[in-house]
Design a protein around this ligand. Structure first.
Ligand code: 2AM
Ligand code: CA
Ligand code: CA
Ligand code: CA
Length: 266
């Protein structure tokens, strides 16, 4: 294992264990609403502290971009992109679907990623060129070729409701053409599930880099493809993303092209 992936793994597991242990204290948590429907608890913040302290111990010079504490830019080529708790809404409702997501870029290129589900003790990980794993096993995207038999994952908009109609059009088309759609509520795990073939495809709009950086690398290292809504690779910038195996991705892109107006595809 690459030493950087090893540090990411240690940090994700430690933060994940902490989060899982806090589930039983949920009624006593301090919760803030950062923006419409965007909640943060002291658990998110403490988990992020655990992760950043671990990174700083080994790589005090690296840049860090973390959801709850912002961007600490240095002149290093390396940047850690952290979502300490992806699926906070689920966590706060004790709905058992949330994860820790940690990615590392070098000169802007995704190099390592881990997504850790502490309740199932499932660690999804990848380093560029070395394939993707679920715990110690290699994983691959599904081979499903047609939408007709495909199980999809998505995320439903919860803020910025101006693009709700565009999203609903895409949802309607996928509803009419696929075998089913799930909305589990953690973008990082949705991508991890594409990587191991539990779902055949995933799309969502307006995501943040920390939701998707690690999961996107895990998908591509599992033989899948990730693209933005214009057929390019600017998904970290645009926050609009499709992920699937290559054949399925093409089919999905057709539906996105047909249903999401150009102004919402940027
Ligand atoms: P978060 O829990 O780290 O904020 C995609 O749906 C992403 O949107 C999730 O991974 C989640 O990340 C974020 N999100 C924030 N608020 C949400 C909400 N109310 N419902 C669903 N997702 C939300
Ligand atoms: Ca959040
Ligand atoms: Ca998130
Ligand atoms: Ca989060």
């Amino acid at each position: 294992m690459h030493p950087i992936l090893n540090i990411a793994t240690i940090a994700a597991k430690e933060a994940g264990e902490f989060i899982a242990n806090q589930l039983e204290h949920i009624d006593r948590l301090d919760i803030e609403e950062k923006g419409r429907n965007d909640y943060v608890s002291e658990v998110d913040k403490h988990a992020e502290r655990i992760i950043i302290d671990t990174i700083r111990k080994y790589h005090p010079d690296h840049s860090i971009k973390a959801e709850e504490s912002g961007h600490h830019q240095t002149d290093s080529d390396f940047e850690w992109i952290i979502d300490p708790l992806d699926g906070t809404t689920n966590f706060l409702h004790q709905f058992p679907q949330f994860a820790v997501s940690i990615a590392v870029t070098e000169k802007g290129r995704l190099m390592h990623g881990v997504v850790y589900d502490p309740l199932r003790d499932e660690l999804f990980s990848a380093s560029r060129g070395a394939g993707a794993r679920l715990n110690n096993y290699r994983i691959r995207v599904s081979e499903q070729k047609t939408l007709q038999n495909a199980l999809m994952a998505t995320g439903i908009p919860y803020y910025d409701f101006e693009y709700v109609d565009a999203y609903l059009e895409s949802l309607k088309q996928f509803m009419l053409t696929t075998a089913g759609i799930r909305r589990p509520g953690s973008a990082a795990l949705d991508l991890a599930y594409v990587a191991c073939g539990r779902v055949d495809g995933y799309w969502e709009m307006r995501l943040k880099p920390w939701d998707i950086a690690a999961g996107a690398l895990i998908v591509t290292e599992a033989g899948g493809m990730v693209s933005d809504f214009k057929g390019g690779d600017k998904y970290l910038e645009s926050g609009n993303l499709i992920a699937a195996n290559g054949k399925m991705l093409k089919e999905m892109a057709k539906i996105i092209g047909k249903t999401i107006p150009e102004e919402f595809r940027n």
